[in-house]
Design a protein around this ligand. Sequence first.
Ligand SMILES: CC(C)=CCC[C@@H](C)[C@H]1CC[C@@]2(C)C3=C(CC[C@]12C)[C@@]1(C)CC[C@H](O)C(C)(C)[C@@H]1CC3
Length: 737
Amino acid sequence: MYSRLPIPNSAEKPFTEYSRWRLRVSDSGRHTWHYLQTQEECDAWPQNSVDKFWLGLDVGAEPLPPANTPLEAARNGYTFYKHLQSHDGHFPGEYGGPMFLIPGLVIGSYVSGMDFTTQERFELIRYLMNRAHPEDGGWGIHIEGPSTVFGTGLNYAAIRLLGMEADHPVCTKARATLHRLGKLCLSIPTCVLICSSGGATAIPSWGKFWLSLLNVYDWEGNNPVPPELWLLPDAIPFHPHRWWIHTRTVYIPMSYLYGIRFAMPENDLILQLREELYPENYYSIHWPSQRNNIAAVDLYSPHSTILDILNGVLGMYESCALPPLRRAALARAYDLIVREDENTGYQTLGPVSKMFNLVARVHAEGVESDAFRMHKEKRNDFMWMSGEGMMMCGTNGSQLWDIGFITQAVVETGLAELPENTESVLKALEWLEDAQILDNPLHYASSYRHGTKGAWGFSTKEQGYTVSDCTGEGLKAVLYLQKQLSFTPQLISDRRIFDAVDLLLTLQNSNGGFASYEPIRGPHWLEWLNPAEVFGNIMIEYNYPECTTSVITSLSIFHTHYPDYRAADISRTVKGAIKYLHECQQPEGGWVGSWGICFTYAMQFALESLSLVGETYETSDSSRRACEFLVGKQRADGGWGESYKSCEVSQWVEHEESQVVQTCWAVMALMYAKYPHPEPIARGVALVMARQQQDGSWKQEAIEGVFNKTCAISYPNFKFSFPIWMLGKADKYLREN
Ligand SMILES: CC(C)=CCC[C@@H](C)[C@H]1CC[C@@]2(C)C3=C(CC[C@]12C)[C@@]1(C)CC[C@H](O)C(C)(C)[C@@H]1CC3
């Protein structure tokens, strides 16, 4: 469908003209990248500093007077960061990291007959080339991870579909790695050892699924994904509406596509891929034995015996599935797909469901349908141009999350009061006002959704999902801006603030903690049914110290401004949350982060929470143990650095280098705890100041975020918001201590 493209051997230089790319920011923070075709268009729409920065071009920021104090450094930091603020007030940013998203984008588009522009194809290829590991030519689950069959098999298919020839050196090298890695098998169930002959046969289940849609992996090689579960009564403890929202939202279209055994028609390229992905003859592979064949490098969560038994039973059911039941189940799954599309303006909850939903909709309604048109339009929101080429983002952006932190930072440090920042701060408040979700979803109970009235989501209002901590940080940002500054208008009414509070109060779990999108709905044993071998803790919601903190800090700050509104509920909620935080502290004093890397991230949140109720180094054993733990991890250069591997093993794993962002989290944590000895804080500050560039910026270092235990994800704006916040706060601390 897509023609072959002439691809140079090196991806160092752009394959397109970088002076022609523009980021359009529209509709409450929507991001879409455009390639301008003519000089006239370029003249009419000049490249701005936001475009240039994210394209890796020089933004032309002036060198600033050297900072003599932490506060001056913070001020210089914000002077630079304002270059990255968009006209609507928010700070757009790249949200890459996972390496299984471009394959979904490309395979999903290919099998749906949806094209890309030639420039997009060139730059998607270039990004994959730049992200292939130099030693073995393969790809991992995320940009910093070692090559896996999941990453290499899927990205190999993607780069071929996009137009690279099979005999291009990049393909030859990746293919050799794929064939080699696939051989290192560890079959599950563990009692039956099947040795894979190599290649993509041993790809994890989500990889098997994508390749099956592409018709280069036989459906018989997949464990069943029956849509019939959606026909069960809601009260059943393992009903899919009780699963973690991402897992169930991906499972809905997967069960539909599995139920109809969607496979795109064969063509020459498909036949070639069947030869390239496997060292053996495709037609001689015994597919049913591949269902539990997962390469050792990929395996994080091995199947439980219970899951294997269940898969066996469901496999038998597949051979005699009752047609009327299957039809009813498919209709039910399809209805849920449509509702999800309509609830989210065709963004869907995330990038994986986005592409699965597209395939399902196009299968049912065709390429002339509105669904096809809308999905194509919103597909753009996930595609991001960077200095290394084009990627697919983990969501349609991290708009709210980024603006939430930087606005609190500038208010708390006093930078917001400087006349030079007035306009920037007012714009940020306008954006926050516009981003609050004012109603519950269009399809609400019928889509098993939690309420959204009063919420802030992680990205945009249109995406439309409540996230507990995003609502917390959004609310805090608004309270800081509206209540602590003299010059800001009260754009968000008390009623709307109460809506946010009411919503937060619906999210607490029985043990006092808060999860990500909803209260926990399912039993813990559901994790035994985790079918995605590459991720951990994905079957149900869990409590997170980070989410819990954002919620209770926002409620406490709210309470100081509105002491009469639901005071008893707030006090009970905070008390319960603190109890939970004590319970989940590790004996060594740390808290494990689930969304940022790793201990430093979670600990800045947990210690902020404890400080709310007066628990600090001097007064609380828990806070003291935490401080000792952190101080014990400070490195000789004054910084802190931990690897993403900490998140995989829930134990501190050192990074080779100190990291600016993690150093900021650690220093913030110590300051929340009112750590009485200034020396570690001063050393952390010195490291962050020494790494600041002359224009006030900081360079990109290691990846900052994580999800589902194993997949790292980039938060490149953190290198601005957290240094600015920490330095401004430390200035005061160091003067007072
Ligand atoms: C396994 C699948 C479906 C992959 C798609 C990726 C999503 C699951 C990821 C990408 C971004 C992601 C890490 C995110 C979150 C959940 C999982 C997401 C959506 C949340 C909202 C959970 C709560 C967190 O505190 C925080 C707000 C930081 C993150 C933000 C990004």
